[in-house]
Ligand binder design. Sequence first.
Ligand code: UD1
Length: 417
Amino acid sequence: MPKIKIEGNHQLSGTIDVGGAKNSAVALIPAAILCDETVTISNVPNITDVDDLERILIHLNAKINRGENKVEISSENIINKEINEDLSKKLRASYYFMGALLGKFGKVEMYFPGGCAIGARPINLHLKGFELLGATITEEENHFTIEAEQLKGNNIYLDFPSVGATINIMLAAVKAKGKTIIENAAKEPEIVNVATFLNNMGAKIKGAGTSTIKITGVKYLHSCFHEVIPDRIEAGTYLIIASLIGKDLTISNIIPNHLEALIAKLNECGVEMEQGIDYIRVLEPKEYKATSIKTLVYPGFPTDLQQIMATFLTQCKGRSVIEETIYENRFLNLFELNKMGADTKVLANNQKAIIKGKTKLIGTEVNSTDLRGGASLLVAALIAEGTTTIDNIGYILRGYDKIVEKLSSVGAKIEII
Ligand code: UD1
């Protein structure tokens, strides 16, 4: 497994362009197979999660043509066969093939999805949605057979506004007979992006981005061209980097509105930034003060930025508190940060952590625990004194497009070894 080596404490200047959103792209690609013609998706990030979805498409005999940041998918000759355990487990988003294949063929056979070990991550809400649409589910150990003679629209209330369940139910309902209403739906921008894609193909989805989504089933979905929205988590990662070690560093090709919770928290700590329509610029780091964050569903503070924010908080004076409400096990990175000199402590129930700052970070050997945990170490390495080697970087490459090239281009001393 390759490692990333970073010589820290070099100021970063220039512009970093943010790519397409991982969590949109990984839903749009499975959604594309619902189309009865060929679709083109642009601004697709080059990340290993997309490579793994491509493998599943090839396995299903779909035609996929991948350009630099563009994907053309044609599902005319697709064969509905079981997605084996190895392919299913490669990534979390393989679960979107459940909704997409069920919606297209009325049957899907696959295994429990993979993804970072940050909590139990059950899929009961996805399955409940499929059942309410008329599907029967046979579950044997990790294997699922989900089938329906005819999917029929229904009212589905989600006990929790799950991103995955909301999208998966939309995928299954888009060609179902009649009307589906999802109540307490998730409101993340990625959901709006997927609904827009399906509507561009001729689907009838209203209310995406609110907690009530109404879907009227259609019979045929036609060809379309669609663009992935900018990745708000990648943007947030670079904005945190800019706040810590930027010297006139601009993060561009972003939608600042999608980052409101992060921006508010950074401002609270004392970060000064200039905001444009599609960029944020940080002139120089200041002295920052501690704060508290609590992860919530959108538009609250995103759990996917929590671990990276933890690194930022090590550089804030005082006692910061992080409360993680979405996942049960998302503080593993803190043990690694402590190896670099951070003063963090996870409280007994694993849902809260205390970070005392400001602490000097010193380069050492650390281990990437999961995707965003790995990113938190990478940010720490950029500001640390000396050299840091991060192991297990496969996690980081699953979610960050050209991260080494982007950081090198603004002056970071970073390489894959
Ligand atoms: C998606 C994102 C992930 C992000 C998360 C929350 C993708 C591929 N991943 O993950 O990066 O961290 O949203 O913003 O888009 N839950 C259940 N039952 C279910 C579904 C979820 O109990 O059927 C729970 C989960 O265990 C978790 C919470 O709901 O505690 C949130 O999960 P969900 O919003 O579904 O996240 P994912 O779709 O897995």
